[in-house]
Design a protein around this ligand. Structure first.
Ligand code: PLP
Length: 447
């Protein structure tokens, strides 16, 4: 089997290039069928937090498989789901103790939308239905989650079929060339939410949703601290729900179990997936505060559900993943390894003027390539740096994740997010390969 010309296929994805066939994955590495090894520098799509092929998780899955792989939730409770819900709730801010399992991030966000709306109806706020989100952002592929997504290339074809939700700018303070302090910039962006609520009519606004640290949509965007504080105040002021999309940031990725903990945020609803089951099975969760869930249950129940919700095999895997995160102290490791990797990326920025910004926290890190660091002018679109740097790295056995977007202003950014188990050797391998790949890109395009 040749990895350059894979067999004909009936599958179709959006990647422009067929990829080699996957053979095995262990720890931070993946092998193709030709035996070529790749360091998974983006944990897939920021998914595999505990690393590939973890024996304890596989054993837990085997054990559950031998017992039962499916039991419909309306017919049977199951122990893995009960235990996973309990352990999940223990890791949440106080009061967020109601867990609703789903099969992925989009479903977690859809469930949050529906719960929020049902809460409004159940509590006599039936006029509230708008969920304000940010631009750029990504909240999922299904039409409800897409209506919250602030990324025109993904939403535009479906716009006539959706009721797009109001957007405020994501706090891209790193692009601002004003003289404001960080504190003032954070407040400036947070005030756009207040303005938008007033513009839309506060009585119609149900919730605000954000990725506390941006994912691929913004390239690991972190706002100034003042932003988070003010956002929480504004939500309180108007009695609107705060929904955190922690699909990518959750399960330790940012150096806390939830990114919310960095700013002591107390959301009403949280969406989890990706690292929550680390790719061992399709699994996600919507976790809600009891004050949101109770009125909905009292009014007759949550009108929503999926066939695979609370699947025993998926939950057994998820439980073993969370236990592994605790057992290996991976949240703390994300913090320390992330700080070391970020320093290395900043070192690359000193050597490569084409890197305009390094950002992120924990092991949710990214850098952005620019034509001019002073003005943050992006590279010309035609260069397609977001494609070529990924290819240079791929050739050298490193997987990274890229996007060309900044919402309105175009730019190339690259997510560097290895599994949380990555050690010093892996970090050194990532940095050396990135350096070689950047050198190749710079010399090819004369950057
Ligand atoms: N929300 C965020 C922040 C994401 O990053 C993603 C996926 O990238 C989703 C939601 C959607 O998750 P999924 O692709 O599992 O449906």
């Amino acid at each position: 089997m040749n990895s350059i010309t894979p067999p004909p296929s009936n599958l179709f994805y959006q990647t422009r290039q067929r990829r080699p066939l996957l053979s095995e994955a262990r720890g931070v590495y993946i092998w193709d069928v030709d035996g070529k090894r790749y360091l998974d520098g983006s944990s897939g799509a920021m998914v595999v937090n505990i690393g590939h092929g973890n024996e304890r998780v596989l054993a837990a899955m085997r054990e559950q498989m031998a017992k039962a792989t499916f039991g419909y939730r309306l017919h049977f409770e199951n122990e893995p789901a009960e235990r996973l819900a309990l352990l999940t709730a223990e890791k949440m801010p106080e009061g967020l103790n109601r867990v609703f399992f789903v099969s992925g991030g989009s479903e977690a966000v859809e469930s949050a939308i529906k719960l929020a709306r049902q809460w409004a109806v159940a509590t006599g706020h039936g006029k509230r239905w708008k969920i304000i989100s940010r631009e750029p952002s990504y909240h999922g592929a299904t039409l409800g989650a897409l209506a919250l997504t602030g990324y025109a290339p993904m939403t535009a074809p479906f716009a006539p079929m959706m009721r797009m939700m109001p957007k405020v700018p994501a706090p891209r303070a790193y692009l601002d060339r004003d003289n404001l302090s960080d504190e003032a910039r954070g407040l400036k962006y947070a005030e756009t939410l207040r303005d938008k609520i007033i513009e839309e009519g506060p009585e119609s606004v149900l919730a605000f949703i954000m990725e506390p640290v941006g994912g691929a949509s913004t390239g690991a965007l972190v706002a100034p601290d003042s932003y988070y504080r003010r956002i929480a105040e504004i939500c309180d002021e108007f009695g609107i729900l705060l929904i955190l999309d922690e699909v990518m940031t959750g399960a330790g990725r940012t150096g806390k179990f939830l990114a919310a903990e960095h700013w002591n945020l107390k959301p009403d609803i949280i969406a989890l997936s990706k690292g929550f089951a680390s790719g061992y099975v399709p699994l996600g969760a919507m976790v809600a505060h009891e004050r949101v869930v109770e009125p909905v249950l009292a009014a007759g129940g949550f009108i929503h559900g999926y066939t695979y919700a609370g699947n025993p095999l998926a939950c057994a895997a998820g439980l073993a993943v969370l236990q592994e995160i605790d057992h290996e102290n991976l949240v703390r490791r994300a913090e320390t390894t992330g700080a070391a990797l970020k320093r290395e990326l900043e070192g690359l920025m000193e050597r490569f003027p084409v890197i305009g910004d390094v950002r992120g926290t924990g092991l949710l890190l990214a850098f952005e390539l620019v034509a001019d660091r002073q003005t943050m002018q992006p590279l010309p679109k035609e260069i397609e740096a977001h494609v070529h740097l990924v290819e240079e790295a791929y050739k050298r056995g490193l997987i990274i994740y890229s996007r060309r977007t900044r919402g309105g202003i175009e730019g190339d950014h690259f997510m560097i997010c290895p599994p949380l188990i990555a050690d010093e050797t892996h970090i050194a391998e990532i940095v050396t390969t990135l350096e070689e790949s950047l050198t190749a890109l710079v010399s090819r395009f004369g950057l």
